[in-house]
Design a protein around this ligand. Structure first.
Ligand code: ATP
Length: 591
């Protein structure tokens, strides 16, 4: 999508009523800031009155009255400060709570489409919460209202006003300079931070392989290299900000001395009273406080805004499923026409080209071909995970992307090559993370895939927690649970990507029986396998090579033909897939 400014992104993205409410709350915070700044006049006015009225006239009652008024004003200030903190904290929390579901769904979509880091958007949302919920914005909320102090200084004496404006401009320049000095370094450190995080994620997710292959030290070294660069960048950036910050603090102290000098001079000229001299010093301190804070908060503000921009960019390209009308429950009818699937980065060529498959009744399709032929890509497209760039896949007349994802998921049973199990109970996992699983359906499907017995032997049966930090399952057990999950809810189309990869012969036979039973139930099944014995269960065979279907037809005939070539089973099957040269003409798909 074209690059848009943050403001345009926010206005172009419909974030719904909660976001509009949050804007109203934000406006309240701005108004509160105005009142707080007015109440900050308490000290200078109090000082002025003490010196010019109480001390000169020796009025004790006035002193008591002034003290009471000042105390009341300062208590009100404290209350407003508390209210503003609470409001901002709530804005941050609501933004995270209201946007998290959409951002998470959009991240899943984006990860599938582009392969981008799916966790980044959620981290960005955390940064946005910190920006809105923390104290970063306060100096920026206070800055416009500090105009009151400048006007008052001007009214006290134009010289004072001019002096205050010069001090403020100098501090603003420091803030801008601090931002310019650290901007490019910060961009680099952000990248280094992400790169270092990738190594940590890898260490956690692939811990066993890393340990077994003796890669620990190399991995730690690579992580340290990144960390070193990150810390180096952070150190240099903090250094620059600190130098400018110290300069600004010194300037501020000097400004304080300076205004006293100007005021004292005007006092000697009988142009000001004593109280006004003290009050003007306090007024200047108040006027410059937000500028000084802005120097340190500028970078967190920019980080927060760029995180917000990334979140908005993600949401702008996301179409919520709620906007889609769900087609009726599909019957067993599938049509794939001239389907082409492009690489996620949209730069390279096509992963799949010119795929045509038709199924009008319950059937089992076997998919075979050498490694890298595109079998998994086809499975992903069939499961609605990858959206074709060309042609279409229609289930009972409706294009897969016309379905809301959750509704489509109920009609499709997908078992990927790597069965990732969530941190949930066995029952919840089989019931596709339902928090209230229909146990009758769960038992039925577990029995169908003959997983019931081993599940009952787990420490807590169907309540045993599996997945990360849960009970460790064998590869075959994971696949059985993955299969049960795919078949849960009697989907009309089942896509199984090498479901027999970890199965022994007996389990593979069970799988063949399950697949046959699913066909009897009325499902269309796609089965990727390298085992000829497993492919015997199929009705039709699709042979793939280089992203194309090179042969398609009756399984028995094709398997006999392959067998007659009398080459050993697995390599034979791989080699029988026609080469690129024998692939059908690709005229319908651009290179
Ligand atoms: N997200 C992606 N981006 C770019 N290329 C991809 C992507 N996914 C797959 N590919 C490429 O598409 C080709 C087909 O991959 P695919 O995983 O479908 O093969 P396969 O037939 O399932 O292989 P195997 O039998 O080894 O699992 C491979 O060359 C792979 O590198």
């Amino acid at each position: 999508m074209p690059k848009l400014s943050l403001l345009k992104l926010i206005t172009a993205t419909d974030l719904g009523r909660p976001f509009r409410m949050l804007i109203s709350v934000f406006i309240c915070a701005v108004i509160l800031s105005a009142f707080m700044n007015i109440l900050m006049l308490t000290s200078p006015i109090f000082m002025m009155q003490i010196f010019d009225r109480v001390l000169t006239g020796r009025h004790l009652e006035t002193l008591i009255l002034l003290t009471l008024i000042a105390a009341a004003a300062l208590m009100t200030f404290g209350g407003l400060d508390w209210a503003r903190n609470q409001l901002m904290a709530r804005i941050g929390a609501s933004i995270q709570r209201d946007l998290a579901p959409r951002v998470l769904k959009a991240s899943i979509q984006n990860r599938i489409r582009t392969g981008a880091d799916g966790g980044q958007a959620m981290r960005d949302l955390g940064t946005v919460r910190q920006l809105l919920g923390g104290k970063t914005l306060f100096p920026f909320l206070d800055a416009p209202w500090s105009l009151i102090f400048f006007i008052l200084l001007w009214l006290i004496h134009p010289w004072m006003g001019i002096y205050a404006v010069i001090c403020a401009v100098t501090l603003m320049l420091c803030a801008i300079l601090s931002n310019l000095a650290s901007r490019s370094l910060n961009r680099k450190t952000q990248k280094e931070q992400m790169a270092a995080q990738h190594w940590v994620d890898l260490a956690v997710n692939e811990s066993e392989a890393i340990s077994a292959l003796g890669m620990q030290s190399s991995l730690v070294q690579r992580y340290l290299d990144r960390l070193h660069k990150l810390h180096d960048g952070l150190h240099r950036s903090e250094n620059r900000i600190e130098i400018i910050g110290s300069g600004a603090r010194t300037l501020r102290q000097m400004a304080q001395i300076g205004i006293m000098t100007v005021a004292a001079y005007l006092l000697l000229q009988d142009e000001l009273s004593q109280g006004v001299v003290i009050a003007s010093s306090i007024l200047l301190a108040r006027a410059l406080a937000p500028m000084e804070l802005m120097i340190t908060q500028w970078q967190p503000l920019l980080n927060g805004l760029s995180a917000l921009k990334r979140v908005m960019q993600l949401l702008a390209g996301y179409r919520d499923d709620a906007e889609k009308t769900c087609p009726p429950t599909p019957k067993t009818r599938l049509g794939i026409q001239q389907m082409g699937l492009r690489k996620p980065d949209r730069q390279g060529g096509f992963l799949l080209r010119d795929i045509n498959i038709k199924a009008e009744r319950p059937e089992i399709f076997g998919i075979m071909g050498p490694s890298g032929a595109g079998k998994t890509c086809l499975c992903r497209a069939l499961a609605g995970v990858a959206v074709p760039e060309l042609g279409e896949i229609r289930l009972d007349g409706a294009r897969l992307d016309q379905w809301p994802a959750d509704d489509l998921g109920r009609h499709i049973g997908y078992m990927p090559q790597d069965v990732g199990l969530p941190p949930a109970s066995v029952a919840e996992t089989i019931a596709r993370l339902s928090q209230d699983p229909d146990m009758d359906k769960v038992y039925a499907v577990a029995q169908r895939v003959e997983a019931h017995d081993f599940i009952m032997q787990l420490p807590n049966g169907y309540d045993t927690r599996i997945g990360a930090e849960g009970f460790p399952l064998s590869g075959g057990q994971r696949q059985r649970i993955g299969l049960a999950r795919a078949l849960y809810g009697d989907p009309v189309m089942i896509v199984l990507d090498e479901p027999d990869a970890h199965l022994d012969t007996e389990s593979a036979q069970i799988l063949a029986r399950v697949i046959h039973a699913e066909k009897q139930r009325g499902a269309i099944i796609f089965l990727v396998s390298h085992r000829p014995a497993m492919l015997q269960v199929t009705d039709k065979l699709i042979i793939m090579s280089d992203g194309c279907v090179t042969k398609q037809g009756n399984s028995r005939e094709i398997l006999t033909e392959l067998k007659n070539r009398s080459i050993p089973p697995k390599p034979e099957l791989d080699q029988t897939a026609p080469s690129r040269k024998s692939a059908p003409a690709k005229k319908t798909v651009p290179a």
